[in-house]
Ligand binder design. Structure first.
Ligand SMILES: Nc1ncnc2c1ncn2[C@@H]1O[C@H](COP(=O)(O)OP(=O)(O)OP(=O)(O)O)[C@@H](O)[C@H]1O
Ligand SMILES: [Mg+2]
Length: 140
């Protein structure tokens, strides 16, 4: 399963991944992979690979770092800044676009976030259907 997390600096990509991993049962720290490029979490019998390609100057750095191997296994790959490695990344099963909410969108607590979730494969559609049926999210 490959999930792309898209949105400007500070849009909330790492925070969303942290929430997802907490929900999956991760009790340890969930660090941003900005410097390590990948952080691995083994939880609930699943391997989660959390990437951040922000620091790439060239997409070829993705290949040089040998990161393509992570995508050939059975884990869940969560990718921040996928566009920085775009020509070499396998296609996403799901894309999550985040942006900082403003005005009426931001809710009573002040600054919130809006997420647009796009299922891009059969696997992604099955996953999104599961999320929708078990939550109060509004389908657009
Ligand atoms: N849903 C949210 N509501 C309010 N604040 C949030 C939310 N999500 C993230 N933040 C805050 O926004 C800031 C940036 O969040 P985060 O580091 O997750 O962004 P990011 O998209 O991963 O940024 P980068 O592109 O630098 O990796 C943090 O201070 C975080 O606490
Ligand atoms: Mg981040």
């Amino acid at each position: 399963m490959v999930i792309w997390l898209e949105g400007e600096l500070g849009a909330g990509k790492t925070t969303l991944v942290r929430g997802l991993l907490r929900a999956a049962g991760e009790t340890g720290p969930v660090k941003s992979p900005t410097y390590a490029l990948v952080e691995v979490h083994v939880v609930s019998g699943l391997n989660f690979y959390h990437f951040d390609f922000y620091r790439f100057d060239q997409a070829e750095e993705y290949l040089d770092a040998g990161l393509d191997e992570y995508f050939s296994g059975s884990g869940v790959c969560l990718v921040e800044w996928p566009d920085k490695a775009a020509p070499y990344l396998p296609p996403a099963d799901m894309r999550i676009e985040l942006h900082v909410a403003s005005g009426v969108e931001s809710g009573p607590g002040g600054e919130g976030r809006r997420a647009r979730i796009i299922a891009a494969s059969d696997k992604g559609r099955a996953c999104l259907a599961g999320v929708m049926s078990s939550s109060s999210l509004r389908q657009a």
